[in-house]
Design a protein around this ligand. Sequence first.
Ligand SMILES: Cc1cc2nc3c(=O)[nH]c(=O)nc-3n(C[C@H](O)[C@H](O)[C@H](O)COP(=O)(O)OP(=O)(O)OC[C@H]3O[C@@H](n4cnc5c(N)ncnc54)[C@H](O)[C@@H]3O)c2cc1C
Length: 377
Amino acid sequence: MVQELDCVVVGAGVVGLAVARSLAFARREVVVLEAESRIGMHASSRNSEVLHAGIYYPEGSLKARLCVTGREMLYRYCEEHRIACKRLGKIIVATSETDLQKLRAIDENARKNGVTDLRWLDSAEVAELEPNVVCRAALLSPSTGIVDSHELMLALQADLEAKHGVVVCNSRVTKVAIEDGGFRLTIAGVESEAITCKTLINSAGLWAQDLAASIHGRRHDKKLLRNGIPQLYFSKAHYYAYQGKSPFEHLIYPLPSGDGLGIHATNDLAGAARFGPDATWINAIDYAFDESTRERFLAAIREYFPDLDSGKLVPAYTGIRPKLCGPGAAPADFVIQGEEVHGVPGLVHLFGIDSPGLTASLAIGEHVQRRGQAPED
Ligand SMILES: Cc1cc2nc3c(=O)[nH]c(=O)nc-3n(C[C@H](O)[C@H](O)[C@H](O)COP(=O)(O)OP(=O)(O)OC[C@H]3O[C@@H](n4cnc5c(N)ncnc54)[C@H](O)[C@@H]3O)c2cc1C
């Protein structure tokens, strides 16, 4: 049996759901195919749940633009849909003279991205706001906040369903054939039944490159289909929960270091604190918690929170970032690829949707909806 559909989005993470919602709002018939038994089981539920202001990304990059617009879209959306979220504000701390210089550069970069509400704090002002934090100076970002990513994903799914869209779980897409005017998808376990669609959005996160590599078509240049697929690197993150009352009112961030934003402190919506993430390069997807990271965490946190009681840190969870840059390389931008790269109308790939993908999700949804026009549109 063949099921003929208009749009298929592969992957029901926060970004896939936001894209599906945007397509459904543009009157497209949308089905989201998700490999797992529930939505949002990968990056979308294994992150910091921070709504980023858009401070660090290079000017003009997709990350900068989609983060800044997406953040305000998301705050509005959360208010309208009564999704738990709070503009807690974030304090980026400089603990050394070198940090101070870096912080000035961060301030300048933020302005270029249109983030103009950052405020400098001296050590006394920081102590007043956050008595447990020790630093030389800091930047306060009032528009940084937190969101309940699960509530957000459920609201996106509900919006999609209200527009007659569907999410189908337990449906791993294993192969895609390009046909005249669309695509034929094979789903694991139901190989005898095919699904066809006119528009295909690859929002498969850590598996986006695998899905892209499975796409074939007799009349399509193999090289063109493959060449545009960027190399994928896995960067693993650990989080430790802090037992007891949170020592902070704001989100506390050190300066970005190595391959991440530094081990920071975030409060969740219940007011509990957690520390993380760190960044370790791995070769395969593996969410096991490595407790040998504890000493590294303690040292990094004590740079700005010297009174940390190590007994209060307990392993919480891990996540894996789909990175498009390897160890030591400059951070890469999101890659949202259409026909201009691979030559296939109606096909959009989303590669390397790491942070700030949660913040930018609604903006990415709109951006992809505009690119995911069916061939005859
Ligand atoms: C450690 C960490 C911290 C982060 N912190 C933040 C933060 O504080 N703020 C922020 O804005 N962003 C943050 N991010 C980024 C954010 O979490 C991601 O950008 C976002 O969740 C990506 O959503 P997604 O839908 O693209 O991917 P995912 O949530 O990974 O979803 C992809 C989905 O595709 C499915 N799938 C894969 N292959 C197939 C297939 N063949 N067939 C069917 N389904 C398939 C998977 O099962 C999965 O559900 C963080 C990310 C990480 C890892």
